[in-house]
Design a protein. Structure first.
Length: 290
């Protein structure tokens, strides 16, 4: 694939449905880099990354989406966030070492929490139990209960090649409401799902989006929008660290500096360490002298 971090959105013009395909390489590599996650954790995180890309692409406004998995398993917490510009970051927090491979054995008994934060307006949250076999099935269940729109998601991850991918087929919500039409729409939706079901992981990781979409849907009328680049953006910065340090009591800052000569903060997501010495913290500690 020459276009490795790209999200494609398309309309099935005769079927009252939409679709998305995401194929990721370096953005997935960046998320797992320096973490030394076990293979099973990398695979689930890769799936969660593609899933979150697909979800953010369904946003009709500026904002971001965070998808969190929480449970009592060896991976107590996993989270990926992305915004409408497809800038993504994510993390897994291990409660213990694990060689587990499946959603159930990694996360354990738990929930998926989807938080949608529009740039303007209130944030809202949807919560579903992680009681299906795969992440893709849990997401389909989420759409069923929270949005009530028939949606199917396919997720792929190859940890050896460090590639992640996903596809989505969704009925458009605003049908004309007549029962005949609804039945036709549902049968079109099922047909598109059957076609999408034939994606093999080797082709989703080797074919360009256009070739793959042609392979799957050449008998359908498909209107493909301009592809969108997906990037890894952690969002951490020295300024954000300084604003966190400004919350610490000046006397405590002085005490840490006296003991360690600096204050170090490491970003949980990208493992970048920011060091601040006495000089760079002067404005915070000068308060203690007044
Ligand atoms: Zn960071």
């Amino acid at each position: 694939m020459s276009q490795l971090n790209v999200l494609n959105r398309y309309l099935f013009t005769d079927a009252h449905a939409r679709g998305e395909l995401v194929q990721l390489s370096s953005s997935f590599k960046s998320i797992i880099k320096n973490h030394n996650y076990p293979a099973g954790v990398e695979k689930l995180l890769g799936e969660l990354l593609s899933a979150t890309c697909l979800l953010t692409a369904t946003l009709k406004f500026e904002g971001d989406i965070t998808v969190q998995l929480q449970g009592d398993g060896p991976v107590g917490y996993m989270s990926v966030s992305g915004n409408n510009n497809q800038q993504m970051r994510g993390i897994a927090k291990m409660a213990e070492e694990t060689s587990a491979e499946t959603l159930q054995t990694l996360i354990g008994k738990g929930t998926m929490i989807i938080t949608i934060r529009p740039s303007v307006g209130e944030a809202y949250q949807g919560v579903v139990a992680l009681d299906k076999e795969t992440l893709a099935d849990c997401l389909a269940h989420y759409f069923e209960v929270s949005e009530q729109i028939p949606t199917k998601i396919w997720l792929f991850c190859d940890t050896e090649q460090q590639l992640s991918a996903g596809a989505l087929v969704q009925l458009l919500p605003d049908g004309d409401g007549s029962i005949e039409n609804k039945e036709q729409q549902l049968s079109d939706f099922e047909h598109l799902c059957q076609l999408t079901n034939t994606i093999k992981s080797e082709e989703v990781f080797s074919l360009e989006a256009e070739a793959l979409l042609y392979r799957l849907y050449h008998q359908e009328k498909v209107n493909i929008f301009e592809p969108q680049a997906v990037t890894y953006v952690c969002g951490c910065s020295a300024d954000k660290c300084l604003s966190a340090i400004s919350q610490i009591e000046p006397s405590e800052i002085k005490a840490i500096l006296a003991e360690q000569g600096k204050i170090s903060m490491t970003c949980d997501y990208c493992i970048t360490t920011y060091d601040f010495d006495e000089l760079s913290l002067q404005s915070f500690i000068s308060k203690v002298n007044h």
